[in-house]
Design a protein around this ligand. Structure first.
Ligand SMILES: [Zn+2]
Length: 182
């Protein structure tokens, strides 16, 4: 999604290169600094899938998947239509759940002084959430933490158990919904 320029990072701590930095990423570590960036020319390659994740952490869904979410009126989700591929949407969770990094022993490595974040946030599964003692309500959530390294960092998208069942019942090809134990 970020495009070929993603790896042209001036500081080159992650990927050595001397090209100008990508406009939506930190010039030192490559983390996304523009959280709303959408590549104006990006098109989905695996078009038969109703849901696909890009290597740089964008969760994309089909018109069919979006239509189900709207029909069910699930809260906590918004869709950004891809400018160059109007049959697909970037799905974003709008309600945040606090991830329990201590209990999960998530590792934060390579602090970046340029953007104030960690280049590597490793360890997201099994998923542990803070302050959750009952099954989640309907709809979508996202974790406060974003996992992986540099431009690949992304939150986890979580749905309530009933929503998960309803998504599963549609039998979307390749879309996997796994339960979280609390
Ligand atoms: Zn940085």
């Amino acid at each position: 999604m970020l495009g070929i320029d993603t790896y042209n990072i001036a500081g080159a701590s992650l990927f050595s290169n001397s090209q100008p930095p990508h406009p939506a990423t930190c010039s030192q570590c490559g983390r996304k600094t523009d959280q709303d960036f959408v590549n104006p020319i990006y098109r989905v390659r695996k078009r038969r899938r109703d849901a696909t994740a890009t290597y740089d952490g964008y969760f994309l869904v089909s018109e069919r998947f979006k239509a189900q979410c709207e029909r069910e009126q699930w809260p906590g989700v918004e869709f950004v239509r891809l400018p160059a591929d109007p049959a697909f949407f970037w799905l974003r969770g709008t309600r945040t759940l606090e991830f329990d990094a201590e209990r999960r022993e998530t590792r934060f490595k390579r602090y970046c002084t340029a953007c104030g974040g960690y280049c590597d946030v490793i360890g997201s599964t099994p998923i542990y959430l803070k302050g959750i003692s009952a099954p989640l309500g309907e709809g979508f959530y996202r974790t406060d933490l974003e996992f992986a390294s540099g431009p690949e960092q992304h939150p986890l998208i979580i749905v309530g158990p009933r929503t998960g069942q309803q998504i599963k019942s549609q039998k979307y090809p390749v879309l996997d919904v796994s339960p979280i134990e609390i």
